[in-house]
Design a protein around this ligand. Structure first.
Ligand code: GTP
Ligand code: MG
Length: 255
């Protein structure tokens, strides 16, 4: 009864991130209130949900539970996307046309980013998502400017003892994204003036994430282009109990 193929008018949130991070596990937990076995996703999945009890939508702070407007404001849609490298076009398509998108939930395996390979893969994907948001903002033609789209970096799997704590997940990702943008810029230069001609330097500016100059990338630089990045830890599965409260709080703040 929840699953719909037709576009929704509900506020929606995009679940994005590398394969195995826990996107579908989070969707399933929110839908069924229990943790269920998941399999790697090969197609996107949209599910209509209610904000769980105990969290108040930002727009309903002055309403009381039971008020129809309050109940309506608890509805939202989660759009899960496959994280496999060959299936990311599903996510990029939704990013390119973010109708009704209130926010992006970028799910990270906090244990995987403790190792170089996992960190680099995650940083590359997050870099590309943030660059897409930046381009959307700077390329907007309307005088009002495009709507702001916040990003939650959901640092998942905090139950694992190898998981980095959220502040280190943030630090490591910022460092690794700094490297990604450097190597991307070098790639553009190396591909030479043959293609771009005089506009080369312009292209390079547009492909550069965040502030220019020598400094390193920081999530705070995304504020300039209408995106607030928040990093919150949690775990969808775990011996000592599930903890995704801070993610629901973040969703509630966007509703
Ligand atoms: P793709 O569909 O391939 O993009 O991956 P996904 O992000 O949807 O991952 P999924 O939700 O399928 O989870 C991958 C694996 O991680 C599953 O075996 C989950 O049970 C496990 N997992 C998810 N969340 C947690 C968590 O908080 N802690 C632990 N220990 N394992 C988790
Ligand atoms: Mg999945």
């Amino acid at each position: 009864i929840y699953r719909k193929a037709t576009p929704t008018t509900l506020p929606s949130f995009l679940l994005i991130g590398p394969s195995g991070a826990g996107k579908t596990a989070f969707l399933t937990l929110t839908e069924r209130k229990v943790v269920a076995q998941t399999h790697t996703s090969t197609a996107p999945l949209a599910v209509e949900l209610l904000l769980p009890e105990g969290h108040t939508p930002q727009s309903s702070h002055y309403r009381s539970p039971g008020d129809p407007a309050y109940e309506r404001s608890r509805q939202f849609q989660l759009n899960d996307t496959p994280g496999h490298g060959k299936l990311r076009h599903f996510a990029t398509t939704q990013l390119a046309n973010p109708t009704n998108v209130r926010g992006i939930i970028f799910v990270v395996d906090a244990a995987a980013v403790a190792e170089e390979a996992g960190l680099n893969e995650t940083a590359e994907y997050l870099h590309d998502v943030l660059l897409a948001l930046q381009k959307r903002y700077t390329g907007a033609t309307s005088s009002k400017g495009p709507k702001e789209i916040p990003v939650l970096v959901a640092a998942n799997k905090m139950d694992l003892f190898t998981a980095l704590p959220p502040h280190l997940v943030a630090q490591q990702l910022e460092k690794a994204i700094s490297e990604v943008r450097k190597s991307r810029a070098k790639g553009l230069k190396d591909s030479g003036p043959a293609l771009g001609g005089e506009d080369d330097s312009l292209d390079e500016d547009r492909e550069w994430l965040g502030e220019g100059g020598e400094g390193s990338f920081e999530f705070a630089q995304m504020e300039e282009v209408g995106t607030t990045v928040t990093v919150q830890g949690g775990n969808v599965i775990g011996g000592d109990g599930v903890d995704v409260k801070s993610w629901y709080e973040w969703i509630a703040a966007q509703l």
